[in-house]
Design a protein around this ligand. Structure first.
Ligand SMILES: [Zn+2]
Length: 55
């Protein structure tokens, strides 16, 4: 049981898609949370679209 708990403690979850995240490919978002690079890029793109154009 301890081995299983240890496994889950090591397992990172992407804070965007909530899927398992390999620490080797994790990037950190502006809140310091680990995310997939592709999720981060996707969200950055979505946020850009959501923002009103600069005046
Ligand atoms: Zn993700």
């Amino acid at each position: 049981m301890a081995i299983v708990l240890d496994f889950f403690r090591k397992l990172l979850l992407c804070s965007i898609c909530n899927k398992p995240l390999d620490p080797k490919i994790a990037v950190t978002d502006q809140n310091g949370k680990p995310v997939h690079e592709e999720c981060w890029l996707l969200r950055a793109r979505l946020e850009q679209v959501a923002k009103p154009p600069k005046a």
